[in-house]
Ligand binder design. Structure first.
Ligand code: SF4
Length: 257
């Protein structure tokens, strides 16, 4: 299946206000400052990056999305009557209509946006869950998923994965934020420390160590079991916060969790 970083708008979207939605479901937030909080998830398709460990491959790489109008999405969210809504992906900010959706939801719900931090927005956000991608995320001939061409994506991903201006803009714009790093091991920590200092140097707002979250890499319980203790110990050693992946612990890699 070809890898694409964009999705093709269908002819039926005559108003141009639809979003490619892969999943819309109620569950518990699995990661970050709000881990464990009941939330409704709106998961868009499409991403501008291609991390080798992506746990949303069915979102980012496989065109399994259904196009839904913003009003239709809002109606489905309303029907689930959540307090918290998480707009995630893929990379939700690759779509202009995501800003419209966030504006429509903002009066009624706490909004978390999960983003890779490479794109700016002026849409209302209560919690920007920003996950900058480290060098260890870059696909290589050895680790690239079968449908990711490293000849194309190694350089493309590497050149796009960090945008300091976009990171600073998201940190300064949202009501609250977290910098959430997927950690594969100790070798990631120098890059995390360097990037956190870089962000501190360009933001108007304080970036506390407790705003920096280390999350173990692992898409399945088996994979997570190999990384989480080491990552928790790294968080304690460096003074950052550890975040679990509750949805993997509870439901493994099942969809709509
Ligand atoms: S940025 Fe997120 S959605 Fe995009 S490829 Fe990486 S892990 Fe997957």
């Amino acid at each position: 299946m070809p890898v694409s970083d964009s999705v093709t708008r269908p002819d039926s979207d005559t108003d141009g206000d639809s979003l490619p939605i892969n999943e819309l479901f109620a569950s518990l937030q699995g990661e970050g400052k709000l881990a464990g909080v009941p939330s409704t998830f709106v998961r868009t398709s499409g991403c501008n990056l291609r991390c080798w460990f992506c746990d949303s491959y069915h979102t980012s790489w496989e065109p399994t999305h259904a196009w839904m109008g913003v009003d239709e999405i809002v109606a489905e969210v309303d029907a689930l009557a959540p307090e918290h809504v998480v707009v995630t992906g893929g990379e939700p900010l690759v779509h202009q209509e995501t800003a419209t959706l966030l504006s429509e939801l903002a009066d009624d719900y706490h909004l978390t946006v999960e983003t890779n931090g490479t794109l700016e927005t002026d849409a209302p956000i209560d919690l920007a869950s920003i996950s900058p991608k480290l060098a260890s995320s870059t696909p290589t001939p050895e680790n690239a998923p079968a449908d990711t061409d490293p000849g194309v994506w190694t350089d493309k991903h590497e050149s796009a994965r960090i945008d300091l201006d976009a990171l600073a803009s998201l940190v300064d714009h949202a009501d609250d934020f977290q910098l959430k790093f997927v950690v594969t091991g100790r070798d990631d920590l120098p890059e995390i420390e360097s990037l956190v200092e870089d962000v501190r140097g360009v933001t108007a707002r304080e970036v506390r160590d407790s705003d920096v979250l280390l999350m173990p890499e692992g898409q399945t319980r088996e994979a997570l079991a190999k990384t989480r203790t080491d990552v928790a110990e790294l968080a304690a050693e460096f003074g950052y916060r550890y975040t679990p992946r509750l949805h993997v612990d509870l439901w493994n890699d099942a969809p709509e969790t």
